[in-house]
Write a protein that binds this ligand. Structure first.
Ligand code: AMP
Ligand code: MG
Length: 350
């Protein structure tokens, strides 16, 4: 049985008491964060962490992020915190920022056997308070079935995990709608493993260091020997096949629209949904296929926030194929393109 509790901030501690009891017993609790919903277990109960892999269908070699509520916990879960990482934590936590550090006393299963650990202090009242009340770090990946788009609402979690988890804490839509930025501090300079809400430009400015940005952080290139095991798996995909239409720059949107229409022609007789932007959506009207807008190109944070919900919406509309327009790979656009390239079964360059 899965219980769903609608979060009432005026009696949060009382509601979280039940969640804490479940976690102490080795159960699974889905909780909201500012990025996406997380599927949490007490990081110090290996059998509970094992359950996370099972209910998600997550490959055993893909490590989890450990969520903490204070710096005391950081020094438990990491065996060593380099100065640069410490400074980053001071500036960016709580927030949508994950650091990879040498692993401390957390059970190996959390890190899928690696000698490193990924750590984050979430910037969400419910998540932080839950960890504080548990007084133990919570291991939590995104609360979706492995390979599916990450959940940005409790409804998405219900679609994927109802009946498989003990409790879902529903606090509405998440703020960013994409997963945290992951940076590996065991290298010098640090390496961007996964782009997220904090952009590399912002990070370099705030941290005052260079960042290595490998091809796989852009969602490109061969990822078989990637340092972050998660990057080699298919991700974020709806049931429909995603076809991504990309440009070097997006100055001539007319050409982009033409190319999308060409793809649509090849798919005659199949059910297709177009994921467009505010700037282009009207140009697809009258084609007889549903057109959804991700948002305006002038407001890419909104596009990031809508992305996973729109991919799920395409499924709900019965799409066999989703034709998605790419966005400029700058700032948060890097994060959007990373997710879209991994979701795509085919990429078309204009
Ligand atoms: P998720 O929690 O589903 O958003 O996925 C966590 C991401 O962090 C995955 O891409 C993992 O591969 C990555 N990650 C977690 N732990 C580590 C680690 N110790 N080293 C490198 N990457 C990690
Ligand atoms: Mg995930």
């Amino acid at each position: 049985m899965t219980r769903i509790i609608r979060v009432d901030h005026s009696r949060l501690d009382e509601q979280l008491r039940e969640a804490v009891e479940i976690l102490r017993r080795g159960g699974l609790v889905v909780f909201p964060t500012e990025t996406v919903y997380g599927l949490g277990a007490d990081a110090y109960i290996p059998q509970a962490v094992e359950k996370i892999f099972r209910v998600k269908g997550r490959p055993q070699d893909n490590p989890l992020i450990v969520h903490i509520s204070g710096m005391d916990m950081l020094h438990r879960v990491a065996s060593e915190v380099p100065k640069a990482a410490y400074r980053a934590a001071e500036k960016l936590w709580p927030g949508p920022f994950t650091m990879v550090l040498p692993r401390g006393d957390v059970p190996p299963i959390v890190s899928a056997g690696l000698d490193t650990v990924a750590v984050r202090m979430p910037g969400h009242r419910v998540a932080l308070r839950l960890i504080e009340l548990l007084a133990d770090p919570i291991a939590a990946p995104s609360a979706n079935r492995s390979g599916r788009p990450s959940p940005t609402s409790a409804q998405h979690v219900v679609e994927d995990l109802y009946g498989l988890v003990d409790l879902i804490l529903d606090d509405g839509e998440t703020l960013y709608g994409v997963e945290s930025t992951v940076v590996d501090f065991t290298t010098d300079p640090p390496t961007l493993l996964r782009p997220g809400p904090l952009t590399p430009e912002e990070l370099m400015e705030i941290l005052g260091t260079e960042l290595e940005i490998p091809e796989y952080a852009r969602g490109l290139g061969h990822t078989g020997v990637a340092r972050s095991p998660g990057v080699k798996y298919r991700h974020y995909s709806p049931r429909a096949e995603v076809v991504l239409i990309e440009m070097d720059d997006y100055k001539d949107l007319g050409r982009l629209v033409e190319r999308v229409m060409e793809e649509l022609n090849h798919l005659q007789g199949r059910s297709v949904v177009i994921l467009a932007t505010d700037e282009t959506r009207d140009r697809y009207m009258g084609l007889g296929v549903p057109v959804l807008s991700l948002g305006s190109r002038s407001d890419p944070y909104t596009i990031a926030k809508n992305l996973f919900a729109m991919l799920r919406e395409a499924d709900r509309l019965g799409a066999e194929f989703v034709l998605v327009e790419g966005v400029e790979e700058r700032g948060i656009g890097l994060t959007i393109m990373n997710r879209l390239r991994k979701a795509a079964s085919r990429r078309v360059s204009v």
